[in-house]
Design a protein. Sequence first.
Length: 291
Amino acid sequence: MNDPANERFRRVLDHVDSHLDGDLSLDVLARIAAYSPHHFHRRFSALTGMPVHRYVQLSRFKRAAWQAAFRPEVSLTDAALDAGYESPEAFSRAFRLRLGQSPAAFREAPDWRVWATAWRELDEVRRFHMLTRFRLDDVRIVDFPDTPVACLSHVGPPERVGESIRRFIAWRRANHLPPVRHATWNVLHDDPETTPPERYRLDLCVSCESVAPNDAGVTAACLPGGRCAMLRHEGSDALLGDAIRFLYGEWLTESGEEPGDAPLFLRRVAFFPDVPEHEAVVDIYLPLKSH
């Protein structure tokens, strides 16, 4: 969305993200876009490829599903009601239709293969209509300090990373390492688009001085210090790849810098579903060669 008229619709998408518990009726969203309801509905469908009521429904459902997957402290009944379903039974029917399991069965043993493609429609809308335009001066060169962490390596198909995330969250909870006091990191060893699925590796990390022996597969590690290019990405993970491509493409070309030997890593500053998806914050660190 580049022209002023289309920017109205980006405001609509931001509003939906921020008000999933509120009134997201056609009249309300049309006022935000400054269109009559009739024209707004047609324009929204033409731009996004789906009716506005479906976009709202899927956005609410996605938050509820992520709560079912990764927030065990949120009851399934609360997730259903917060998503706008009149009853847990209605939520369960919608859950089965999209994810092939009941919410309770999913929470117990998720089918991650289905999960991997369940959000494609929403991600495509965000990918093409909420794109962030980065500038060269959005990137800062920082001296990153050696940072001890507890690390769980996910090795295997990218679509099953949710399985490792759940195991890592459970270990963090058991060891009293909440995100508000202990930073969360991801180390991106491989590009999922070019790496064979069985060899794909992603490290899930939390700032931590020591790690006791455990059965979860969590080990002590260290994020190595040094010069890094840092770029802040705000918004959906569906757009994270664009930020990374900007760093490796335009910024490296224009800056004259060269990447170092260590892999790219991220700090997860604010998480969906704890914050609206467009307010999620990720700091991207690209290690650079020393001068």
